[in-house]
Design a protein around this ligand. Structure first.
Ligand code: FAD
Length: 500
């Protein structure tokens, strides 16, 4: 069946990102795109920290960065600071860019480790521009200082989720997407194929489609409630199942820091996402070990300013749909699955889902091969991200609560066990099939939480020491030079994209 009508159910971040991306590609094709959303149901209202590929997504849509950041009160993000994860009182930054650079094809952390063994005592952080800039609260876009001898700065954004959805709505509607307000009350399947044919609104009107994108949030209106696709529950690996979100002002005049903060508590962790006018905050916790009231009190006790809204309590089950693409329904966003926002990966998974959908889309119809490819790639993506998140909980020496005792001793996926073992052995990190997280990402979290390289990299030890030290000196020098030159993050925002 040819595709001439695409229906997106849901108008949160997932729905409007999908609508915006499809509307850009629609020109020249005879395709109608309809998005249905219900103001009465609303959106999840959280999801404000992103990672660098999100910058590419906005570029792909040819969105003006300054205009968008001003509209969504956005700030820049150089990484995530993790406090109290390995041990109470310790913290580290997971930066977006790399530590140093490869020398003779060898990963920098192996070379650094070998130099440490041979007497150099500098911490690895001094070789990373994002860590050093974040440390001093500084920021500049690489475009501002383009010089070949200076390292590029990798960044993402913090955004107000509701404003971002509104921004994309204007973008998509201007490109022909039709928005239908109202609640979907019923879904009709074809008797033979089981494909979704129409959705019926609560006013009785039906909306027909050839391809449906389910962006209806946790409820998974089409993918689960209509198609009964099934869900893989990963609670045993990632036991947190609740969150309470509470934005606050920054009346104390503190500047927005150019990174997300993730601070571990006794049965979960707290995020702080600095926007231009407020901080987004929330406490992710495990209901087996903590009551809602206690989680709320811990959050309130650790806010940097006064709350600006009522607390928003959320429940979730970590895991993924057994199929992300089932018949003529593709699930994106919370309808596809959920992993807590420890590494800000949910919006990223919407982004990569859209990329795959666009790459596989054929207006001639839906085939089994498309469905299989989409599901295979997406499953791998989810599993790799899951392993990385589990690492944060499992690589800890914390024994101050039942929750941490569980996490420290829990069974973890075999794929993660192998990764940690190889790193301990000689610092090797094998990234499989374009996985999202880089060698620096893995090394930053492993070392930041107390996993050390125990053996040596034979190849790194074979590099001439004096020459290698000279290379390290050069890297450190350019990092320090650049951080000295660039403005503070706050000054940069005021000049580049002051909020509307
Ligand atoms: P929703 O925002 O829930 O939108 C669902 C839409 O479907 C709404 O428009 C709703 O009205 C509509 N709808 C539902 N049912 C019907 C119906 N019957 N009829 C009509 N319309 C209907 N991600 C990150 O990348 N970074 C983060 O920092 C981050 N933090 C998070 C913190 C928490 C506590 C949680 C729970 C999630 C977080 N996420 C984060 C995930 C992020 O919030 C989501 O990926 C993102 O907001 C997309 O949500 P969504 O659009 O899928 O769902």
């Amino acid at each position: 069946m040819a595709i001439s009508k695409i229906v997106i159910v849901g108008g949160g971040t997932a729905g409007w990102m999908t609508a915006a991306a499809l509307s850009k590609l629609k020109s020249g094709h005879n395709v109608e795109i309809t998005l249905i959303e219900s103001e009465q149901i609303g959106t999840v209202g959280v999801g404000e920290a992103t990672i660098p590929p999100f910058v590419d997504f906005n570029q792909l849509l040819e969105i003006d960065e300054r205009e968008m950041l001003a509209a969504v009160q956005g700030t820049f993000k150089l990484g995530i600071q993790f406090a109290n994860w390995g041990k109470i009182g310790e913290s580290y930054l997971h930066p977006f860019g790399n530590y140093g650079y490869e020398i003779d094809g060898l990963s920098f952390h192996s070379i650094w480790h070998s130099c440490q063994q041979r007497g150099d005592k500098r911490p690895i952080q001094v070789f990373n521009i994002e860590t050093m800039a974040a440390h001093f609260g500084k920021f500049a876009r690489t475009a501002d200082y383009q010089r070949e001898d200076l390292p590029p700065m990798n960044y993402a954004y913090h955004i107000d989720a509701t404003r971002y959805a509104g921004f994309l709505r204007a973008y998509a509607e201007a490109r022909g997407v039709v928005r239908r307000e109202g609640r979907v009350a019923d879904v009709t399947l074809n008797n033979e194929s089981g494909f979704v044919e129409t959705v019926t609104m609560n006013d009785g009107e039906t909306v027909a489609g050839d391809l449906f994108v389910d962006c209806s949030g946790f409820r998974g209106l089409l993918i689960e409630q209509a198609l009964e696709t099934g869900y893989d529950d990963w609670t045993r690996f990632l036991p947190c199942d609740r969150a309470v979100a509470l934005p606050c002002n920054r009346d104390d005049g503190s500047p927005p820091h150019p990174y997300t903060k993730a601070t571990a508590h006794s049965a979960g962790w707290q995020w702080r996402v600095p926007l231009q006018h407020r901080n987004g905050n929330g406490h992710v916790y495990c209901s087996q070990f903590m009551e809602d009231d206690e989680a709320h009190d811990i959050l309130v006790a650790n806010l940097a300013g006064k709350p600006t809204a009522e607390p928003n309590f959320l429940r979730f089950v970590t895991g993924r749909r057994k199929k992300f693409w089932n018949k003529n329904v593709v699930a994106l966003g919370l309808a596809a699955g959920f992993m807590e926002p420890l590494e800000s990966t949910s919006i990223h998974l919407i982004n990569t889902g859209i990329n795959k959908l666009i790459a596989l889309l054929s207006l001639d119809g839906v085939t089994q091969a498309q469905e299989d490819a989409f599901n295979r790639f997406t499953t791998k993506e989810y599993e790799r991200i899951r392993d990385f998140l589990v690492l944060h909980y499992n690589a800890t020496s914390r024994d101050d609560s039942e929750f941490w005792n569980y996490c420290r001793t829990m069974e973890v996926p075999d794929s993660l066990t192998e990764k940690v073992e190889l790193f301990r052995l000689n610092g090797q990190i094998f990234r499989e099939e374009d996985e999202l997280f880089t060698e620096t990402s893995w090394a930053a979290v492993m070392m930041g939480q107390g996993i050390q390289m125990e053996g040596h990299s034979v190849m790194a030890d074979a590099l001439p020491f004096e020459k290698t030290i000279q290379e390290l000196d050069e890297i450190e020098k350019s990092v320090r030079f650049l951080v000295g030159k660039i403005p503070t993050h706050e000054a940069y925002l005021k000049n580049y994209c002051p909020a509307d």
